[in-house]
Design a protein around this ligand. Structure first.
Ligand code: ZN
Length: 497
């Protein structure tokens, strides 16, 4: 890790020298002078920013839509919200992934909560058809930009939302969800989270269960992006091994710079390069600034805050028994966070820079976590301030082309690859039409779970008769007798083609 720091420092020195260097070698002095009436740097930063397709991959605004009846057409003070249509326009934000964050407190009604949040995003698009549109693909995002409309997309935050059911996963894809974080801060029944990995009272799985791996496979086949933000390190590496398409971190920063467990180590960043994925840097002060993190995670102080939150929840319990949502007590968290000085904008840019150096310029992007965090770096109060990031990157010596990759180009490329992989997986299966005995054996060997296997068998049929010999052979390859019976039963009943 040390040599990388040194390397980064050297690079930093060389990039700091860059702007000066550039002006010395400006090839068209006359045109440069003409264009630069007052601030040449600012002018070109603005030009780059305004011409870019800017995609932010994580904002928690849907809770505001649903729980506060907030409308994007309202101009809200930044103390209340980071996103509205006016701020979107000022920041030239082209597309936002609205987070369908299902609080673990909603146990027993995860999918209902998710569907309510999904509906709230559609409602916003329906209310502002002249300014925004729903989008479901990379092409949709580009088309929206051409029509000068803001594109709204959706990603589920917390794999527990699918209630351990691949059918629900498919339903979420059908209603437009295009990524899912395998976990939120809570370990679910099939994947470990970084949020509770140290908690001995939580049942962990050493990463993912076989069903968890099936979830990743089915997401690949559907074209839903696998999002590894929030997951434990073991879950991360397993997801990368299984996934046939690039994965993303929709809102994660660097652990080398800021030691939060849900940030990504340099080794993870390099693994993302090999995978072709993209790491979208989270703007939250405690994820981008070590001083802020240390101050705000002081256990004695957080105890006081947590007690206040618990007292509020008790006092404001809903008569129908539904849980008090985060949004209702967010003011306590915000007030508490405000006691710590905001980190400088430089901290955020350092993280973008670090991911660009370690993972590569093609693997970094923006995942603000707007409307989901209680503190942002100085100067970044809302989406309206996004141009400041472009300006800061330009000052560090990033080129126009590189900046446009960071602002959205990289994510768009990864989304296209996910779409292409899904298309390939779906046609490959169609081409071979029905499953051979070897196909099924291979899936058993790859530890594809019984549910997914049965799914595939019902969908595609088989091209072989289940002789007693084949039956015994397959049975011996299963660990669980119950799974074997389930699959053999499906083969016996399947269409023969
Ligand atoms: Zn999150």
């Amino acid at each position: 890790m040390k040599p990388i720091r040194l390397f980064a420092c050297l690079l930093l020195f060389s990039t700091l020298a860059l702007p000066q260097h550039k002006s010395q070698h400006t090839p068209h002095k006359k045109t440069a002078k003409k264009a630069s009436a007052s601030h040449p740097q600012a002018n070109s930063a603005l030009a780059i920013h305004q011409s870019a397709l800017i995609i932010d991959t994580h904002a928690d605004t849907p809770q505001r839509f649903l729980d506060e009846n907030f409308d994007l057409g309202q101009n809200t003070p930044v103390s209340e919200g980071h996103i509205d249509l006016d701020k979107i326009k000022k920041g030239n934000l082209g597309a936002e992934f609205f987070s369908i964050w299902v609080e673990p407190e909603f146990k027993g009604q995860y999918s209902k909560r998710a569907m309510d949040l999904i509906d709230s995003v559609y409602q916003q698009a329906a209310r502002h058809p002249d300014k925004m549109t729903m989008a479901f693909s990379a092409d949709d995002i580009v088309r929206a930009q051409q029509e000068h409309k803001f594109a709204a997309l959706m990603g589920i935050e917390g794999g527990h939302a699918i209630e351990n059911d691949l059918r629900l996963l498919r339903d979420f894809y059908r209603v437009g969800v295009r990524y899912m974080t395998l976990t939120w801060s809570n370990t679910n029944e099939w994947a470990d989270s970084s949020g509770d990995i140290q908690n001995p009272n939580v049942k962990h799985h050493n990463g993912m269960t076989d069903f968890g791996k099936d979830v990743v496979r089915e997401m690949n086949r559907l074209g839903m992006i696998v999002d590894i933000s929030h997951v434990s390190d073991a879950t991360f590496y397993q997801a990368l091994l299984i996934s046939q398409a690039p994965v993303i971190a929709s809102h994660s920063s660097s652990r080398e710079l800021t030691n939060a467990p849900r940030n990504m180590t340099d080794d993870m960043l390099r693994a993302m390069t090999n995978n072709g994925g993209v790491v979208m840097v989270n703007f939250y002060s405690a994820f981008i600034d070590e001083n802020y993190r240390k101050a705000s995670y002081d256990p004695e102080k957080t105890k006081v805050r947590d007690a206040e939150v618990e007292a509020f929840k008790k006092e404001h319990a809903h008569p129908d028994g539904s849980p008090v949502s985060y949004n209702e007590y967010a003011f306590i968290e915000k007030r508490w966070a405000a006691q710590f000085p905001r980190p400088p904008l430089k901290s955020l840019i350092d993280h973008i820079d670090h991911v660009a150096q370690v993972a590569g310029i093609d693997h970094v992007g923006l995942g603000s976590d707007f409307d989901g965090v209680t503190s942002l770096p100085e100067g970044i109060d809302s989406t309206a301030d996004l141009p400041k990031i472009t300006q800061a990157l330009l000052h560090r010596g990033y080129t126009r082309e590189q900046i446009q990759k960071i602002l959205g180009g990289n994510f768009l490329r990864a989304m296209r690859e996910v779409e292409a992989t899904a298309k390939r997986l779906q046609t490959e299966r169609k081409a071979s039409d029905s499953l051979s005995f070897e196909d099924i054996e291979l899936m058993v060997g790859n530890r594809v779970g019984a549910t997914l296997l049965v799914d595939r068998i019902v969908q595609h049929g088989v091209n072989f008769p289940l002789t007693p010999g084949l039956r015994d052979r397959l049975k011996s390859e299963f660990k669980s007798e119950k799974d074997a019976e389930q699959v053999l039963d499906a083969i016996a009943k399947a269409k023969r083609k």
